[in-house]
Design a protein around this ligand. Structure first.
Ligand code: ZN
Length: 146
């Protein structure tokens, strides 16, 4: 699998309601019959590898064959509205993970789920390509699932 994109997601769960790794995995199994994302970043900053990097995820229609999915716990405020709820620990862990992955896949582009064409969701509730512009080139948004 050629990794062209590192796609950032949120779990779309409320920042004041813990959403366990087990729950995230169960949601993927129920919806897609497999784990959706490759990495899950808990609110305390713990990075949980949930899928091997060489296994195709199910997290971005049209882009699963050439990307890794990175999901952070949260994305909704205490009222249930989309918001960048990343804790400082999550931001630090996400940055470190992306730096590590960019070193491994130097031609990859970092992009948010909501920046892909025809995605109506707010996920990940911040402009990931801008936020991490220093780490990767501007995404080209070419699909890779055929
Ligand atoms: Zn998403």
């Amino acid at each position: 699998m050629i990794i062209k994109y590192l796609i950032i997601h949120c779990s779309a769960t409320r920042a004041d309601k813990p959403f366990s790794t087990e729950a995230l995995i169960a949601t993927g199994m129920a919806r897609f019959g497999q784990v959706s994302y490759h990495y899950y970043i808990r609110r305390d900053g713990t990075v949980v590898p949930t899928l091997p990097e060489d296994v195709r995820g199910v997290h971005a229609k049209g882009y699963n064959s050439c990307s890794l999915g990175i999901c952070y716990e949260g994305g909704l405020d205490t009222q249930g509205h989309p918001a960048d709820t990343r804790t400082e620990a999550q931001k630090a862990s996400m940055l470190a993970l992306l730096q590590k992955l960019m070193a491994k896949y130097p031609t990859a582009r970092i992009i948010g789920h909501n920046e892909l064409p025809n995605v109506a969701k707010a996920c990940p509730c911040f402009m990931a390509s801008k936020y991490y512009a220093a780490l990767s080139l501007t995404p080209q948004r070419s699909s890779c699932d055929f």
